[in-house]
Design a protein around this ligand. Structure first.
Ligand code: GLN
Length: 196
């Protein structure tokens, strides 16, 4: 099972290059998804960190939000980190009233939930389904406050949920792409393979 995958990185705003680097380090092809037509011919899609309200605004302006939602609802595996997680959630708290999310994983997410002294921190996390502790960087990170029945919680920090999965959709509050730890991206690769 060493087939090379083509993994799209949503490139409207945010930390795209870091995910490209992880995908390429794992031996797969990374393509930038800037327009709706770039959603064709990818095996999976990563939504990066950045600023979810800006991402939402740009996706609405470009008309890309609906095709993106349909592609993921139709089975395209997706992985969102931080702002990317906010974009994938069904319900978002503490956001702008005009911000829209994709609603493809049944979680309620609170933006900027890790308070001031913990605006930014790094640590090792136990992650269900991954053998070794995962190196994680949190930056103005959201937390998951409620999960639906079909959602599996994968990691917590002080009992706060920071990683979850529902079928072919994976989300983390943190940024594995800002570390040298490839395990979460490898986990996403396995998700893509098992969904094919
Ligand atoms: N606080 C940002 C937001 O609400 C997310 C921060 C991040 O992606 N590092 O979109």
């Amino acid at each position: 099972m060493s087939t090379k995958l083509t993994i799209g990185i949503l490139s409207v705003q945010g930390g795209v290059a870091e995910h490209v680097r992880m995908v390429e380090k794992l031996g797969h092809e990374a393509v930038l998804v800037r327009r709706t037509e770039h959603l064709a011919n990818i095996d999976g899609l990563i939504l990066p960190g950045g600023e979810s309200t800006t991402m939402s605004r740009l996706l609405l302006l470009s008309g890309m939000i609906e095709p993106l939602r349909e592609a993921i609802q139709g089975g395209l595996p997706a992985f969102g980190t931080c702002a990317g997680m906010i974009m994938l959630a069904t319900t978002v708290l503490d956001t702008r009233p005009d911000a829209e999310s994709l609603g493809v994983i049944d979680v309620t997410v609170r933006r900027n939930a890790f308070g001031r002294q913990r605006d930014s921190f790094e640590g090792e996390l136990d992650f269900t389904g991954i053998a070794n502790p995962v190196d994680s960087v949190f930056i103005r990170a959201p937390q998951i406050e409620e999960v639906g029945g079909d959602v599996q919680v994968l990691a917590t920090v002080d009992e706060r949920v920071v990683a979850a999965r529902q079928n072919h959709v994976l989300v983390t509050s943190f940024h594995p792409e800002l570390t040298e730890d490839l395990q979460v991206h490898q986990y996403f690769v396995e998700m893509i393979r098992s969904s094919r």
